[in-house]
Design a protein around this ligand. Structure first.
Ligand code: 5GP
Length: 338
């Protein structure tokens, strides 16, 4: 565990509001006693279903209701990842508007980008952070198109921070085909895409459709191996899979035994996989803990674990200069090991 803490790491699948720590949530709850929020879903621990997890997001969203709070929690989350040894972080979040606090989607974007810039400036460049605006499949196509437009605009005005999009939201919605033009549009304007895929059972048609775009990274991919043609096409494509073990177990989409997690099969095929947290707050985890779980499940040596964390650099949504900067950090850390 200590070794996993010490090594440099890359986090590529972290939803901003799902990453809020207990400390941050408690701070917000104390401030907003007037909301009389029920914390039942938080208290269920391991008994939580995926439905409970989405209930928790509703609670968190009612607390994160202004640009000031977005700015503050973004900095908190970056600080916590940095303290866990993360050197490069891609945060994803769904831009939201709220009439009551005067927050609109543009202000939401500005608050996240501002927090990223200020954190980097105030903390001597200890961590590099990008922002992927999310498209929520539980919302309308109009909402998705607005988010894509914002992502495109910010990828020009803040090209050092906004480099791609995320496609997420409740995976039980069945009309995801309507978002195909949005994913194709993102690709057309040069935005990278990380797409949640095969996260729940029996989504093979949807998976085939999204794979035809194709995405630049796959989120979860829990049931990709259910159909032979899907499995072979992903293997052939070499599209990296973002692996979130604790999240899958907590939301009951993977068996509780780590060794049975689907990523063990994919890594056995030497398919590119990146260890991630998903929602470190909601699932009470951290990136070091996720590395520890994978290293144990695969009986990896320290050297192999470090190699796994280094391999993530190849899949970041950033340019070659950033990759070279990160490779240098890993090189230095290998020197420290000997
Ligand atoms: P936010 O976008 O508000 O910063 O982060 C929370 C949102 O991320 C949730 O409302 C949901 O749309 C998305 N999200 C977080 N975790 C998951 C997950 O495991 N699967 C899917 N499909 N979406 C998720």
């Amino acid at each position: 565990q200590e070794f996993c803490q010490q090594i440099p790491k890359v986090e590529l699948h972290a939803h901003l509001n799902g990453s809020l720590s207990n400390k941050t949530i408690k701070k917000l709850l104390d401030r907003r006693r007037d909301l009389k929020i029920s914390t039942a879903a938080f208290e269920k621990g391991e008994q939580r279903t995926m439905g409970d997890c989405f209930e928790m997001f509703k609670v968190i969203h009612s607390l994160v209701d202004s640009t000031e709070v977005i700015y503050e929690v973004t900095k908190d989350v970056i600080e916590e990842f940095s303290a866990d040894g993360v050197k490069y972080l891609e945060l994803r979040s769904t831009p939201k508007g709220l009439v009551e606090s005067g927050m609109d989607k543009r202000r939401y974007m500005d608050a996240v980008v501002g927090a990223i810039r200020d954190y980097k400036h105030d903390n001597d460049d200890v961590i590099d952070v990008k922002f992927l605006p999310s498209i929520d499949r539980g919302r309308s196509i109009k909402d998705a198109q607005e988010n894509l437009k914002l992502a495109e605009e910010y990828s020009i005005s803040c090209e050092d921070i906004v480099t791609g999009i995320d496609f997420s939201g409740n995976p039980y919605t069945t009309d995801a085909a309507k978002f195909m033009p949005v994913l194709q549009g993102a690709q057309r304007v040069g935005l990278k895409s990380a797409v949640h895929l095969s996260e729940v059972k029996d989504r093979s048609d949807e998976t085939r459709m999204f794979l035809s775009v194709p995405p630049d990274r796959i989120g979860h991919g829990t049931f990709l191996t259910d159909e032979e043609d899907v499995k072979s096409s992903v293997l052939e494509s070499r599209i990296p899979i973002e692996v979130c073990v604790s999240s899958n177990i907590a939301s009951n989409t993977s068996p509780p035994e780590h060794i049975k997690h689907h990523s063990v099969w994919w890594m056995g095929q030497e398919h590119p996989c990146v260890v991630c947290t998903d929602d470190k707050g909601v699932f009470s985890t951290g990136l070091s803990s996720e590395y520890f779980i994978i290293a144990n499940a695969l009986s990896l040596s320290e050297e192999q674990t470090l190699k796994l964390s280094e391999s993530a650099i190849d899949f970041i949504f950033a340019d070659e200069n950033m990759k070279a900067k990160l490779k240098q950090i890993w090189k230095e850390s290998k020197k420290d090991e000997v």
